[in-house]
Ligand binder design. Structure first.
Ligand SMILES: Cc1cc2nc3c(=O)[nH]c(=O)nc-3n(C[C@H](O)[C@H](O)[C@H](O)COP(=O)(O)OP(=O)(O)OC[C@H]3O[C@@H](n4cnc5c(N)ncnc54)[C@H](O)[C@@H]3O)c2cc1C
Length: 403
């Protein structure tokens, strides 16, 4: 095993989509970057099936992924663009159409492993990046002007900055002693593909049901991917139902323009926990992606926030000379912590409101939708924010190249 030490400008631990994109953007600034991950993504698309872990990618995030060199490597046949979005609560709804806001798409549904593999392929072609994967670290020293990361059975890496992109249960965050606020929802997301009477071509649909938010997101083959957040026990019971029984249950709660659900594929469950780091910086360590915060999936914003972190970090470091990064990191912390609080807090509040007894919360939320739908400036602001292209988004997300 190679021992000794290796010098870099930046070490990124965690090569999920957010960390890998961050590594790519920092390498573009001509920095030497080390990326360490416990695994190496390699996505081989299974015939006719989609990975259940799909995410809605906003137009702003797409630009970040183009900047990182990953989007161009995706197989576009496995992407499902959507131009329309409907959100229903009680008897009220709000609907958005991309064209009304000068956009071609409101977003794309993409498989997480495909996104990871695409960005990693871009990294493999970049000589400024060294990949340590599969790999792990056993010791980290955060001294005043240097970071030392000892890899397991490998060299010691040294750099002026350490980026923790190691996910919601970040070990680096714990190691640095950064405290988090945590909310266990006692909810799980039930996810999987369903077939509807009408093929889903470009509609992202959501209803706040009495059990929790239910979303139908388009898949490239005309089916929909569902995300149904609900109490843990109930979601486990539903997972055991036959395809027909599940279709019947879901049809009691959905009234989308896609018609009835006629069949359901394999269902999976994921526990839902909101976490928010109280600080994003500790000396030369900086948190991003789910390591900085994880949010309820009802607004499809988790990875989008992580990709905006990647672009924001690259933006504040644009003129970093390799010496003291603290002024840049302070700016990053102010910027991205307020986003975590605003968006994460907003999503959390919606989830709490709709759990109010007797459906009162869902009526209140419906009233909010009604207002948003009728008041044009509010609609514009909502779409720009959800698409990651409002004035508070990093430059790359707002005006970066789209291909
Ligand atoms: C049901 C559901 C639906 C969702 N839908 C959406 C959506 O529509 N849109 C959206 O934007 N977001 C969505 N999200 C959120 C999104 O999935 C996450 O925010 C995103 O995947 C997190 O990416 P990340 O790169 O920050 O972290 P991760 O993907 O968790 O990556 C962390 C990486 O760090 C590595 N790692 C961890 N520990 C170590 C270690 N000690 N040493 C080395 N490597 C390590 C891991 O191997 C992994 O590769 C959804 C989430 C759920 C649960």
């Amino acid at each position: 095993m190679p021992l000794g030490s290796l010098d870099f400008d930046v070490i990124v631990v965690g090569g999920g989509v957010a960390g890998a994109a961050c590594a790519a953007l920092l390498a573009l600034q001509d920095r030497r970057v080390a990326l360490v991950d416990a695994r190496r993504p390699s996505f081989r698309a299974p015939d006719g099936e989609y990975d259940p872990r799909v995410v809605a990618i906003s137009p702003g995030s797409r630009r970040v992924l183009v900047g990182a060199g990953g989007w161009q490597r995706l197989n576009t046949e496995r992407l499902a663009p959507y131009q329309r979005m409907e959100v229903h609560s009680a008897s009220l709804q709000v609907a958005f159409a991309a064209a009304e806001h000068g956009l071609d798409e409101l977003g794309w549904i993409a498989e997480i492993p495909a996104l990871e593999t695409a960005v990693w392929e871009a990294l493999e072609h970049d000589k400024r990046v060294q990949l340590f994967a599969p790999g792990g670290w056993e010791r980290v020293e955060l001294v005043q002007n240097l970071v030392r990361l000892q890899l397991i059975d490998g060299p010691q890496l040294r750099a002026g900055l350490l980026v923790a992109a190691d996910g919601a249960r970040s070990r680096l965050r714990r190691h640095a002693g950064i405290e988090i606020d945590e909310w266990h929802y006692n909810q799980e997301a039930l996810i999987g593909p369903v077939t509807t009477e009408q093929a889903n071509r470009g509609l992202a649909w959501q209803r706040f049901t009495e059990h929790g938010p239910l979303a139908l997101l388009p898949l490239p083959d005309g089916r929909s991917s569902i995300v149904w957040s609900q109490p843990t026990e109930r979601s486990r019971t539903l997972r055991e139902l036959s395809s027909d029984q599940f279709a019947e249950e879901i049809n009691r709660h959905q009234d989308s323009p896609l018609g009835a659900v006629t069949a359901a594929g394999n269902l999976h469950t994921l526990p839902l926990v909101r976490r928010r780091a109280r600080r994003l910086v500790q000396n030369r360590l900086v948190l991003m992606g789910d390591a900085a915060r994880s949010v309820h999936p009802l607004a499809g914003q988790g990875l989008n926030l992580g990709l905006l972190d990647a672009a924001a970090l690259a933006e504040v470091l644009e003129h970093w000379d390799g010496k003291d990064p603290s002024p840049a990191l302070k700016r990053y912390q102010r910027w991205r912590l307020s986003q975590s609080t605003l968006i994460g807090g907003g999503i959390h509040a919606i989830n709490e409101v709709v759990r109010a007894p007797a459906g009162l919360g869902r009526h209140l939320l419906g009233l909010g939708f009604g207002l948003t739908g009728q008041f044009w400036p509010l609609r514009e602001a909502f779409v720009a924010r959800a698409c990651g292209i409002d004035s508070d988004s990093p430059k790359l997300a707002r005006v970066g190249p789209t291909a």
